[in-house]
Design a protein around this ligand. Structure first.
Ligand code: ZN
Length: 447
């Protein structure tokens, strides 16, 4: 059973609540590895089969998370025999369900009627679902311009979504502020140690599912997943499930203009960067940067050859694994790549990427398709001026071409420019514009 640790090991301050860091010295709260039952005494059905390693919740809020399959690559030649941990098979499509199950169980135990969290999407979707299951309210602070299919999922589960800030760091700060002000349970994974404890079950599961492995390839993101898996493996080591800790390869995104493809990897100052770097160094692994365009190609390769649909950010590990295998740095038979998120969380990105196909279907030129999309965005009030339209279209076009399209739409009388003062400018769709949109939509339905 777990030991309660209420004192910061660095400065000796009393630890309050589930904070991930000491409120006095900001040191990461360290948890002594837990010695659990032997491997043969565990029958894995869900994450809660590992409750000996988790804080005690007699009635956990669960949607049957965890126990995700470990599958071997059979068709992709460059990755043959590599084990894939299918984390996107979790209830809401990501490893974050392990965190949410524990965090919401804790919120219920604390009799909280409302939770608040911040993330780049997957965690917020997950939190919304688990809060719904527990019958409590959820609020999610997310950065602006997040992929629409993610926001819609949060709303489907009844969550109150607040778009705030240009980076997830700003959203995290805002969630923390609201939590303090409104005395709401703070669920953000970067602020709550239970996220690490829930997500660590992923590491424990790999140790149960695979006889021997010496390398793990993991997307870096905020560092939370890597740190969690490592925590799980420490428990597995302490319990005699594995003999040695594997090398950890952390995959992050090369800073390119196509970075929008992988929101969850696009993090400016990873909260656990220092700790993750120490972990990687200690494990004798390394950090690898992958180009965003390469990710989407890997993701499509996977879906077309192995029948698995993942989000582009998650495919970064496949691109990296390919390189590591080529360099003979890893043996695919003894390596596990974590596929962390579902392709359903990135439908708009795929739609943008596969636009050429759509062009053929609609019989429309690329330029007409873009005009239609711009008109559509303005009509819905989602983006009403140059820069916001450019961002909403995935930054895939030049800003110049967006202004050109706006000019032409204006000339045809489909949109008008409103200027309240020199600072506030926005386009609005005219009656003729709306009629044109209707006709276009009919046409698309017909096709
Ligand atoms: Zn301290």
């Amino acid at each position: 059973m777990r030991r309660e640790q209420n004192i910061c090991q660095k400065c000796g301050s009393l630890r309050i609540g589930n904070s991930l860091r000491c409120s006095s010295c900001n040191n990461l709260i360290s948890i002594t590895p837990i010695i659990g039952p032997s491997k043969s005494n565990i029958t894995l059905t869900s994450m809660w089969s590992l409750r000996d390693f988790l804080p005690d919740y007699p009635n956990p809020v669960s949607l049957h998370e965890g126990n995700t399959p470990l599958l071997k690559v059979k068709n992709l030649r460059n990755l043959l025999e590599l084990s894939l941990k299918l984390e996107f098979r979790n209830p809401t499509g990501s490893f974050r369900d392990r965190a949410s199950s524990l965090i919401i169980s804790d919120a219920v135990k604390n009799k909280s009627s409302q939770v608040i969290g911040a993330s780049t999407g997957s965690f917020s979707i997950s939190l919304s679902a688990y809060a719904a299951k527990a019958g409590i309210k959820s609020q999610n602070v997310i950065p602006q311009n997040l992929e629409l299919s993610k926001i819609e999922q949060m709303k489907v589960y009844g969550s109150n979504v607040i778009e705030m800030g240009n980076s997830v760091e700003e959203s995290i700060t805002e969630a923390k502020r609201i939590s303090k002000e409104a005395n709401t349970y703070l669920a953000t994974p970067e602020n709550n140690i239970l996220a690490i404890e829930g997500q660590k079950t992923l590491g424990l599961e790999i140790a149960l599912q695979k006889e021997f492995f010496d390398a793990l390839i993991i997307p870096r993101g905020s560092g939370s997943l890597i740190y969690s898996i490592y925590r799980g493996l420490e428990d597995a080591l302490a319990s005699g499930w594995i003999e040695e800790l594997p090398r950890i390869y952390a995959i992050s995104l090369e800073k390119t203009k196509s970075a929008y493809i992988a929101e969850s990897l696009e993090i400016e100052q990873p909260f656990l960067l220092k700790e993750v770097r120490e972990t990687i160094k200690f494990s004798k692994g390394k950090e690898i940067e992958i180009d965003a365009q390469q990710m989407i190609e890997e993701a499509l390769n996977l879906s077309r050859n192995e029948g698995l649909f993942i989000e582009p950010a998650s495919a970064s590990v496949l691109a990296a694994a390919g390189e590591l295998i080529k360099e003979k740095e890893i043996n695919p038979k003894h390596s596990v790549a974590i596929l962390s998120g579902s392709g359903f969380n990135a439908l708009n990105i795929y739609a943008t990427q596969l636009r050429d196909k759509r062009k053929v279907v609609w019989g429309l030129s690329e330029s007409s398709t873009t005009k239609f999309e711009i008109l559509n965005l303005i009509s819905e009030g989602k983006a009403t001026y140059g820069i916001s339209l450019w961002e909403s279209l995935g930054r895939a076009k030049s800003k110049q071409s967006i202004y050109q399209h706006l000019n032409e739409l204006q000339k045809k009388g489909l949109i008008v420019l409103f200027e309240q003062d020199t600072k506030i400018k926005e386009f609005k769709v005219t009656k003729k514009g709306f009629e044109t949109l209707e006709k276009m939509r009919d046409l698309i339905d017909f096709l």
